[in-house]
Design a protein. Structure first.
Length: 223
């Protein structure tokens, strides 16, 4: 689904130009006054382009009015901006300033960057950190001290099982059934070989032993 932009400016020519430019990629809402911008903000847009110098209710007032109710990025449009003005704007809840006249391609890039940042912020994290080790369960990657550790599919599956249940002991049979399935054609002995390889690959980057052997019981993740 396309993100929604709210463009609020009392200069209709600017609003119409931006709407024509952004409509192919975004759902565009328009407002030609501060009061109308407040009303359109009820639609919970993904990003708001807000002119500061609108008559009546100006952009700062609009921002202060809606900021507690919308969490999306708000980018102020202004003919000029001084440091003191920026401070006031950021205190009101702005996320960025766009100085007129602006290049539409550059504005588009700024909008895309803010939307990507929001997407990352709102996405649940699938990464866990264990000392120097970071495991990204969505991307199925492991890094130690910032260096990528190349694991096979089964090796990652074993590391995933153990690390998601840190401190819990798994015997070889349970690891095999979980990773290969109860219909696997091998034996639990293959678990030992896979864990040996995982340890060797991790040891190339750290002295910490992440997979601990619990003698007579199995293995556990030592994060």
């Amino acid at each position: 689904m396309q993100p929604t932009l709210l463009i609020a400016d009392d200069e209709r020519g600017i609003v119409d130009t931006m709407k024509a430019y952004f409509s192919p990629r975004y759902n565009v809402l328009t407002a030609y006054s501060g009061q109308e911008a407040v009303q359109k903000a009820e639609n919970q847009p993904d990003l708001i382009l807000l002119d500061i110098n609108m008559p009546g209710m100006d952009g700062l007032t609009v921002c202060q009015t809606i900021r507690e109710h919308v969490s999306c990025p708000i980018l102020f449009l202004t003919a000029r901006v001084e440091s003191a003005d920026q401070i006031v704007g950021f205190q009101a809840g702005a996320d960025d300033y766009i100085v007129k006249p602006f290049d539409l391609d550059e504005l588009s890039a700024r909008i895309a960057a803010h939307l990507r940042r929001e997407q990352r912020r709102n996405s649940p994290s699938a990464v866990r950190f264990f000392k120097e080790c970071a495991v990204d369960y969505s991307a199925r990657t492991v890094t130690v001290c910032g260096e990528a550790v190349a694991l096979s599919r089964r090796e990652f599956d074993i590391l995933e099982l153990l690390s998601l249940n840190a401190g819990q002991v798994f015997d070889r049979e349970r690891i095999y059934e979980t990773v290969w399935g109860i219909d696997g054609e091998g034996s639990s002995d293959t678990v030992m070989e896979h864990i040996r390889k995982i340890r060797a690959k991790l040891a190339a980057h750290t002295l910490h032993s992440y997979i601990e052997t619990v003698w007579g019981c199995g293995y556990k993740w030592n994060g």
